[in-house]
Design a protein around this ligand. Structure first.
Ligand SMILES: Cc1cc2nc3c(=O)[nH]c(=O)nc-3n(C[C@H](O)[C@H](O)[C@H](O)COP(=O)(O)OP(=O)(O)OC[C@H]3O[C@@H](n4cnc5c(N)ncnc54)[C@H](O)[C@@H]3O)c2cc1C
Length: 240
């Protein structure tokens, strides 16, 4: 599909967000990704949707990689330009792959928050679980800007919880310091996460995904896939 860009917002020198029009017939499942690119360049890359399944726009949240084949060009896209969005969608981070019920935990680093923003924009999420919790780790507070207020507003209601954390500066109020793996290892905030009551979704850097998989599989979580739902799922090659 060649779609018109309706909005572009830049947050830091390495992060931005693109919205496009959405054809009425186009469907996807919250948590999935597709391939996007600049028309006529033959360069496409995997991107998670950040819009909800019911929104009348498509949205993507992007890194700017210096000299990156796609993002060195994509970062210059403007309202009114065209974006190629493939119709085929796929992904592991969906409700079909995880057992429903109990507490949902979504753990992300960097742009790995993208599929979880879509899941948070899907009203079914709040019907499927007793509580919905997000922990998002970035290097500096400015890297939270795109979705911080949205997640805070939707989850800080005394039932659901949001734990932003920064690793490379002193955090502002309401933001934790340190890597998610360290918080879990120190039992600081998440000592009650257990396979009989909790469901875990993970999306981030390769190292983060690997650490989190080891940690949760060792404590009895089972990895879900298309074949059978589990208590733990991750998007394996998010940052290829
Ligand atoms: C399933 C899946 C979903 C993805 N969803 C997103 C998304 O929603 N948003 C997004 O920005 N990227 C996402 N990516 C990464 C994306 O496909 C591209 O790699 C990225 O846009 C850079 O493209 P490029 O051609 O400029 O550089 P590439 O040649 O693709 O990447 C060059 C290098 O940059 C680094 N890098 C690439 N992407 C990232 C990233 N997101 N964060 C940190 N470092 C990175 C890696 O070290 C990589 O080897 C996803 C990847 C996969 C596999």
């Amino acid at each position: 599909m060649i779609l018109e860009v309706t909005e572009v917002e830049h947050y830091t020198d390495s992060l931005f967000r693109i919205r496009t029009e959405r054809p009425r017939s186009f469907r996807f499942t919250a948590g999935e990704f597709t391939m996007i690119g600049i028309p006529d360049t033959n360069i496409t890359r995997a991107y998670s949707f950040t819009n909800g399944p019911g929104d009348d726009y498509l949205e993507f949240y992007s890194i700017k990689v210096p000299n990156g084949p796609l993002t060195s060009k994509l970062q210059h896209i403007k309202e009114g330009d065209s974006l190629e969005v493939k119709e085929r969608t796929s992904g592991t981070l969906t409700m079909a792959n995880i057992e429903l019920g109990g507490n949902l935990w979504m753990f992300a680093t960097g742009t790995g928050i993208a599929p979880f923003v879509s899941i948070l924009r899907d009203p079914d999420t709040y019907n499927n679980f007793d509580t919905v919790n997000v922990a998002w780790s970035v290097r500096t507070s400015a890297e939270l800007d795109a979705y911080h207020d949205f997640i805070k507003d939707i989850l800080s209601d005394g039932i659901n919880n949001y734990y932003p954390t920064v690793t490379q500066e002193t955090p502002r109020q309401g933001v934790l310091q340190g890597r998610i793996q360290e918080h879990i290892a120190n039992d600081t905030y998440w000592k009650f996460i257990r396979p009989d009551s909790d469901k875990v979704m993970v999306c981030g850097s390769m190292d983060f995904n690997k650490d989190m998989k080891n940690l949760f599989i060792d404590t009895g979580f089972t990895e879900g896939s298309k074949r059978s739902a589990g208590t733990f799922v991750q998007e394996k090659a998010f940052v290829g």
